[in-house]
Ligand binder design. Structure first.
Ligand SMILES: [Zn+2]
Length: 360
């Protein structure tokens, strides 16, 4: 999987005078066999096989795939440069377009699009003695941690008064929840999740929410009422359905903000969005994932234009880009602007597939 920090590191590689090979592999849809990855790599890398500067990268990549690679994800992305310490591999759970690009800059647009398109969710199911922790990313749920704590049963009551025994149990449950909260925080930060979902018996979840760190409280987005022992398909179904509801509601609110501010702090359509991006004024970019359009880019200052006239800023000749949406997404990412992809949103389609909320 790939994180924002890793992409920023790859972005940092830009401007380095070395060439870099960017390879996206996404072979057979049924089984993950390393041979299929090797075959696709060999076919895509043909163009650099004889390149005196890059044939070393060809060998490095093929050697890696043949000897050290265990396919476990649907797609693999490799960046490799003669600069010896730059060899990076990312596994991606969904299909991507197979591509090989060799040039002065790493080709990262598909990764940025993925990163911006999917939020990373952490799901914690918790009851009085158990907890299960899951990740949900790109529509896929995975179980990571199972916690079971000894909480004394009623048979150990012995000569204790009921009130004393009740406090004893409560103390055990509190310690269990505290431990789950600590494990959740560590896991959440390590995996760089964006959002937290909780599930389990209502009363325990309410308790748990009071115990978790404020960092997690701020990222909490919703609950599912489900048994901690539920099977994984049921958990996935319930969690994904909640996520869809949350994201749909957020998208509606964003589009309402665009409509309320149109012509003032919001713009729509490729021409106005491009103008605002060039001025560094975009706070939130909203894109229909199916929308693409050709345009022109200045190779010197990266000015983006919807016409082929000379660059407005430095008067250089501009270069044609088959899809300037990818350039807009990339620049907005580098400027730390927010991006939302809105699937099948009729309002955004009516606004010609792209809109933005402005900083000023
Ligand atoms: Zn320019």
């Amino acid at each position: 999987m790939v994180t924002r920090e890793q992409i920023l590191q790859i972005v940092d590689f830009k401007g380095n005078s070395h060439s870099v090979v960017s390879l996206y592999l996404s072979p057979s849809p049924e089984k993950l066999k390393y041979r299929d990855f090797v075959a696709e790599a060999k076919s895509l890398l043909k163009k650099i096989e004889e390149d005196p500067l890059l044939k070393g990268e060809y060998r490095k990549i093929i050697d890696f795939l043949e000897t050290r690679f265990e396919p476990s994800a649907r797609s693999v992305v490799i960046f490799s440069s003669p600069k010896s310490d730059f060899f990076q591999v990312y596994e991606i759970p969904i299909p991507l377009k197979g591509t090989c690009i060799a040039g002065k800059e790493p080709y990262i647009k598909p990764l940025i699009r993925l990163l911006e398109q999917y939020e990373r969710y952490c799901l914690v199911l918790v009851d009085g003695k158990k907890a299960r922790i899951f990740s949900i990313y790109m529509g896929k749920l995975e179980e990571h941690t199972y916690i079971l704590d000894e909480v004394p049963g009623w048979h150990k009551q012995g000569g204790w008064s009921q009130a004393r025994f009740q406090r004893h149990i409560e103390q055990h449950i509190y310690e269990h929840l505290k431990k789950v909260a600590d494990i959740t925080l560590t896991f959440f930060k390590k995996e760089q999740f964006d959002r937290l979902i909780l599930g389990g018996p209502h009363e325990v979840v309410a308790h748990f929410k009071n115990i978790i760190h404020i960092y997690l409280v701020r990222r909490f987005v919703g609950n599912i009422a489900i048994d901690v022992n539920a099977n994984i398909q049921e958990i996935e179904k319930r969690a994904i359905s909640l996520i869809e509801k949350i994201e749909e509601k957020e998208n509606e609110e964003l589009m309402q903000r665009v409509l309320d501010n149109m012509g003032k702090m919001a713009v729509a359509g490729i021409k106005d969005v491009t103008t605002m991006l060039n001025q560094g004024r975009i706070q939130v970019l909203l894109v229909d994932p199916d929308f693409s359009t050709e345009g022109w880019i200045c190779p010197k200052c990266h000015f983006i234009s919807t016409t082929s006239a000379k660059c407005n800023v430095c008067e250089s000749d501009v270069e044609k880009s088959e899809d300037i949406i990818e350039n807009i997404i990339e620049q907005n990412f580098e400027l730390a602007g927010e991006i939302h992809f809105l699937n099948n949103n009729e309002t955004l389609k009516d606004l010609r597939g792209i809109a933005a909320i402005l900083r000023w």
